[in-house]
Design a protein around this ligand. Structure first.
Ligand SMILES: Nc1cccc(Nc2ncnc3c2C(=O)CC=N3)c1
Length: 279
């Protein structure tokens, strides 16, 4: 509680049903403060539990400072205090930025590396369970100053270890892989090749209303099994053509046929090291 007291909130940088995110200052350092709405107390509790029980210090995971619960007159105030990233979320970043091949692959590879860390169980005293994020999307990924990503928002995450075989992660991991395919599709659209680039669009922008309901999405994705279209221009570029293959293997109808996030990370790393990708 002492930490929260000495943080001064400077500006609101995000607002939603979840609550709000602020840029804060503490000893001349910037930090991000997520203030949870009372309806979202469960997310605060889950994210706090995950960060405090699992070894989650990793360059691909949004850095955590502290959680704070203070009683503010009649109601409870819930804060999550994280590292601050000036570029904001990947969703924000892609609105205003176009990418070359290396920048596209750095964003995709670093985001994949963060998800690999979540999915990997580390056995031992200072280990971690396998974690399925369950809410992978460009608004929950932050872009760091060096053009790499880190994964945030663990409010819906579930854990699994060998011994307390709680849930079958096999299925859940595949949900993360499907969602990550959508994120790679959003990023690749913003990659300039042969003098062309696609506008930023959220997945399914052309088949659902803005701010779609759960049922709107379910009909498109589950019932009709729709998938985002791959822009024609991608087939004229060797890297984007390979990206379209990786992306489509994240979306197979049968979840068992989907690539693992580790295979995706390795493939992206190979593309990153190809000569035509280096500046
Ligand atoms: N999941 C979660 C939990 C706490 C803060 C956040 N958001 C952020 N974290 C760090 N830097 C940021 C942001 C923004 O939202 C926008 C700009 N920079 C997400």
């Amino acid at each position: 509680a002492t930490v929260a007291r000495s943080i001064s909130l400077i500006e609101c940088i995000g607002k939603g049903r979840y609550g709000s995110v602020w840029r804060g200052r503490y000893h001349d350092e910037n930090l991000a403060v997520k203030i949870f709405s009372s309806r979202d107390e469960a997310s605060w509790l889950r994210e706090t539990e995950i960060y405090n029980t699992c070894l989650l210090r990793h360059e691909g995971i949004l850095g955590y400072y502290a959680s704070d619960m203070t009683s503010r007159n009649s109601c409870t105030q819930l804060w999550l205090i994280m590292h601050y990233h000036e570029n904001g979320s990947l969703y924000d970043y892609l609105q205003s930025t176009t990418l070359d091949h290396e920048e596209m692959l750095r964003l995709c590879h670093s985001a994949a590396a963060g998800i690999v860390h979540l999915h990997t169980e580390i056995v031992g005293n200072h280990g971690k369970p396998a974690i399925a994020h369950r809410d992978i999307k460009s608004k929950n990924i932050l872009v760091k100053g060096n053009g790499t990503c880190c994964i945030g928002d663990l409010g819906l995450a579930v854990t699994h270890t060998q011994e307390n075989n709680k849930i079958d992660l096999g299925r859940n991991n595949k949900v993360d892989v499907y969602a990550f395919g959508l994120v790679m599709w959003e990023i690749a659209r913003r990659c300039v090749a042969e003098g062309m680039v696609d506008d930023y669009k959220p997945p399914f922008w052309d088949v659902v209303p803005s701010d779609p309901s759960f049922d709107d999405m379910k009909k498109v994705v589950v019932i009709d099994q729709q998938r985002p279209a791959i822009p024609n221009r991608w087939s004229a570029d060797p890297i984007l053509l390979l990206m379209s293959k990786v992306i489509q293997e994240c979306w197979t109808c049968n979840p068992k046929a989907r690539l693992t996030i580790l295979r995706i990370k390795k493939t992206l790393n190979q593309l990153l090291n190809q000569p035509q990708c280096k500046k």
